[in-house]
Write a protein that binds this ligand. Structure first.
Ligand SMILES: [Fe+2]
Length: 285
């Protein structure tokens, strides 16, 4: 694929970077059709040094140019910022394990757009981690891949915005290209302090093989050639291919000035969540 935009490839093991050529350059001027193709081809795109969105409304208006925005009860923009007394790990400062977005919702977004309003300090952690799952499968040996292909994950999670069950084979097909991808939510160690833990169950192999499954899966997802940790700089816009990547968050220093805004953009056509079994809407009552 060729584009008119000078992108640096790869950003890390994969991904693309476009830096503003001059201060004050507006990213609204970059052709969205080409940016969308860069994300589909390279799975992750970092736009750095462009003039910032003044507020959530400006970000929303920009994201609407990417496609149909997936709306939440709170609107288009999730304000990712640490809460005083979080009821969910999303709003905590601790780590978030790898997962895909929309796994508990009626539709799965193709793109996540993250805008960094305020970055934590260099030594404060808080990177967003991404794993390129089609590359993980491409590089896996036949024995380990055969193990992974037998496993199905059953995930139950209740939080403010849904009360849902999702069931997905760990190895499944990208909904557009049919390329094999991984849909997996990493378990958290039982002694890990983690607010509002989802309920995870894995079936398809004898229970005694599950430790080997999780160990091999986590090692492959987190191998340096598959994992990229994005260290935020204020003003960064990162667009991720949520159909192919899994993502999570590093822990960060509590009260660090970390503030991201996230918007979900649906695919064309929107993808009805193939994993959703129960729920998707707000919890009853
Ligand atoms: Fe997420």
């Amino acid at each position: 694929m060729t584009t008119s935009i000078p992108a640096r490839l790869p950003l890390a093991g994969y991904g693309a970077l476009i830096e503003a050529s001059s201060t004050g350059e507006r990213l609204e001027e970059l052709p969205v059709g080409e940016l969308r193709e860069l994300v589909r081809a390279h799975h992750l795109l970092l736009l750095r040094g462009f003039s910032a969105f003044a507020d959530a409304e400006e970000l929303t208006a920009y994201c609407a140019r990417w496609g149909e925005i997936s709306m939440w009860p709170f609107g288009a923009v999730l304000e990712l910022v640490e809460h005083e007394n979080p009821e969910d790990h999303i709003f905590d400062h601790r780590h978030v394990p790898l997962h895909w977005d929309g796994m508990y919702r009626p539709q799965v977004p193709e793109f996540q757009l993250f805008h960094c309003v305020s970055a934590p300090g260099h030594d404060q952690g808080g990177g967003t981690v991404f794993s390129q799952t089609s590359a993980v499968l491409r590089d896996a040996g036949p024995a380990v891949r055969e193990l992974w292909e037998q496993v199905t994950g059953i995930y139950r999670r209740k939080m403010e915005y849904y009360d849902s069950t999702a069931v997905s084979p760990v190895v499944t097909a990208h909904p557009v290209t049919a390329e094999p991808v991984i849909r997996y939510n990493e378990p958290v160690a039982p002694d890990d302090e983690f607010i509002n833990h989802p309920d995870l169950e894995f079936t398809g192999v004898p229970a005694e093989r599950l430790p080997e499954f999780h160990r091999s899966m986590s090692a492959a997802l987190r191998a340096p050639e598959h994992m990229y940790t994005h260290r935020w700089r204020t003003g960064d816009l990162v667009i991720a291919d949520n159909y192919t990547l899994l993502h999570g968050r590093e822990a960060f220093t509590s009260r660090a000035p970390r503030h991201l805004r996230r918007v979900h953009v649906l695919g064309t056509p929107p993808l009805d969540n193939p994993a959703l079994r129960v729920g998707g809407g707000p919890p009853p009552g």
